[in-house]
Ligand binder design. Structure first.
Ligand code: BEZ
Ligand code: MG
Length: 606
């Protein structure tokens, strides 16, 4: 912690004499300060900063992983809060006009002479909203449909303010399993109840806050009522049989999307999605390698076992598993299981053309002159006590020059290999060799609230590894997102995911108007969206240039919008304009002279 940070907590404790701290999540910095992952000692910063002052932490109900960390490292009592209400993205402006034309076209007879003119119009309209047609209007129709139906957050949640009738109704519409009337009435009732402010007061009075699992409301209505103390999971039983089956299916969906069997996949694993799915993502990694969890006689997780090649029906795929620091802290048994799976695959007596884990491990053994135990290490994360890859910090503070610096930061932070004993060692050379083999990178998206362009963590983790892969290979490898936000799984290319979020969120009045209603914070979130978009360009190059053009039109070149945003939050507005100029300077798009001039002028003006 900086001097100021440390002094602030000390002042609150000793001079101000606070009886309790109220942290408003997520997430703070206190619980991420250096130290052990649990059982803080006098050398651990979270404990030194907060001492014995009670820590009441209002926290998003959909983030149990970081909430657990706050409990373990900063003595927090969690008071869960709802995430923003959800709504369907709908269509607007040119997208709406295009849909009308397509509707008309679908209803026309093949012989209708007007059809040719309409088709020309559709091509023009599609082009004006930057939708590629590739000749198929059906495909265009599906893209539009996907955008229209996408769920997006509707502004922000305000503690103590009841949901509007409309938000309340829309919630009930999108939560599955409410066909049963009684069930629906119960959830409806709970959604109306203000349970969060009373819980904060209760905690301040030193009363008991009842426990609750974390989750996303649209998949787990049992998180209601909020205002409860989130807990995580039973670590010995994860992954569950259900998660293993889901993970296997999702891995098959990924392999089906990529078409060609990859030899190696870089898969990013977070704590939150695993906790909410009882180990769905780790099961995907296990499925790639053709492995299953091994449970002991008491039903407790004790390692991994291989599925036979006959049962697997394809080669074992090598998996480079990169863990968030949060995963590393919360799931030590699962780390051992993943490392065990990689080791068992590497040492299986199988032909190398059917076992890419073994093939690669044998190569690495020879190249580095290391034992197989080392060559088979595939679980990488931060050093103990450290979180994140710092790629988001570099992008956020514009503190980088060449894209390869982002790969440097990523590798410096994430080159700690975790073995079967759960211990880590720094292995940068090994990481290099494993990166070289990667054919594609992948991460799951788990919450409607947070898209890949909403928070900077996705490009910090998936973007970071993709950049590192690109540098190690000397060429791009595809990047995919597994969208599990509404259950099941849909795999998209990262470029498609970014385009979808840009259309359904960033450029969509139904997304930004409710945010603007929240004033300062709303503009900050819009600004973050632009920064995160740039983060994806920098790390993966998977942002189509039109995205920047349309962001400029919507938020900077529109005089009235620019003024509104500047009034509400001048710093964030300036950042938006600066980012768009920065994106040009870094050749992520090429605006015409006139647009560029207008952007530069607005920077001066702001
Ligand atoms: C995690 O749960 O692992 C995680 C959550 C937020 C940001 C990064 C990682
Ligand atoms: Mg952060």
């Amino acid at each position: 912690p900086t001097h100021a940070f440390s002094t602030f907590y000390r002042y609150l404790r000793e001079n101000f004499g606070a009886n309790a701290f109220l942290h408003f999540g997520m997430h703070g910095a206190l619980e991420f300060m250096p130290g052990k992952k649990a059982g803080m000692a006098e050398t651990c910063w979270p404990d030194r900063l907060i001492g014995d002052t009670p820590n009441i932490y209002l926290y998003a109900a959909n983030n149990p992983s970081e909430a657990c960390l706050a409990k373990r490292r900063a003595n927090a009592i969690i008071v869960s809060h709802l995430t923003p209400p959800l709504t369907s993205a709908g269509l607007y402006k040119g997208l709406l006009e295009l849909k009308e034309s397509l509707n008309k076209w679908r209803g026309m007879k093949g012989s209708d002479p007007a059809k040719i003119d309409l088709e020309k119009l559709i091509v023009d309209q599609a082009e004006s909203v930057d939708l590629k047609t590739s000749g198929s209007f059906e495909e265009l129709w599906l893209k539009l449909y996907e955008t229209e139906q996408a769920l997006i957050p509707d502004g922000l949640h305000v503690v103590g303010r009841p949901l509007s009738d409309q938000a309340h109704k829309e919630y009930l519409d999108v939560i599955p399993g409410l066909e049963n009337k009684e069930n629906k009435a119960r959830v409806s009732d709970l959604l109306r109840r203000d349970s969060e402010l009373p819980a904060i007061l209760s905690a301040l009075e030193g009363r008991y806050i009842a426990p609750v699992p974390g989750g996303d409301l649209i998949r787990s209505p049992e998180i209601l009522p909020t205002g409860r103390n989130m807990h995580a999971f039973d670590p010995f039983r994860m992954p569950t049989a259900f998660a293993i089956e889901e993970g296997r299916r999702q891995t098959n969906t990924l392999l089906g999307t990529h078409k060609k069997i990859p030899h190696s996949v870089a898969i990013v694993l977070w704590g939150s999605d695993n906790i909410k799915t009882d180990g769905g993502s780790i099961s995907q990694a296990m499925a790639l390698m053709g492995a299953k969890p091994l449970f002991d006689d008491h039903g407790r997780l004790s390692g991994a076992k291989l599925i036979s090649l006959e049962e697997l029906g394809r080669p074992r795929i090598d998996a480079l598993m990169t863990l968030s620091g949060i995963f590393r802290d919360l799931l030590p048994l699962q780390i051992r299981m993943l490392a065990d799976a990689a080791f068992k695959a590497a040492t299986a007596n199988e032909p190398v053309n059917m076992n890419f884990v073994r093939a690669h491990s044998l190569d690495i053994m020879e190249e580095l002159g290391v034992p197989i135990e080392t060559a088979a290490l595939r679980v990488f994360s931060n050093a103990e006590g450290a979180y994140g890859s710092n790629v988001n910090q570099l992008i956020g503070s514009v503190a980088w020059d060449q894209e390869d610096e982002l790969a440097d930061a990523y590798e410096a932070r994430k080159s700690f290999a975790y073995g079967r004993n759960g211990k880590c060692e720094k292995h940068p050379k090994l990481l290099q060799l494993v990166l070289e083999k990667v054919d594609l990178s992948y991460q799951n998206l788990e919450s409607v609230e947070l898209g890949v362009t909403t928070v900077d963590h996705y490009f910090d983790t998936l973007g970071g590894i993709s950049r590192a892969v690109k540098r190690a290979k000397g060429k791009d490898a595809p990047v995919y997102i597994g969208d599990q936000t509404r259950g099941g799984s849909k795999v998209r290319t990262l470029a498609d995911q970014i385009a979808l979020e840009t259309r359904s969120r960033s450029l969509n009045p139904r997304w930004f108007e409710p945010l603007l209603d929240h004033g300062y914070e709303g503009v900050r979130q819009i600004g973050a969206q632009v920064t995160n978009t740039l983060g994806w360009s920098a790390t993966t190059g998977q942002v189509e240039p039109w995205v920047y053009g349309k962001l400029s039109e919507t938020f900077v070149l529109d005089e009235e919008m620019r003024r509104r945003m500047a009034d509400l939050n001048p710093a964030a507005s300036l950042r938006v304009a600066n980012r768009l100029v920065e994106a040009h300077d870094r050749s992520y798009w090429s605006p015409d002279e006139h647009t560029l001039e207008a952007l530069r002028e607005s920077v001066m003006e702001l």
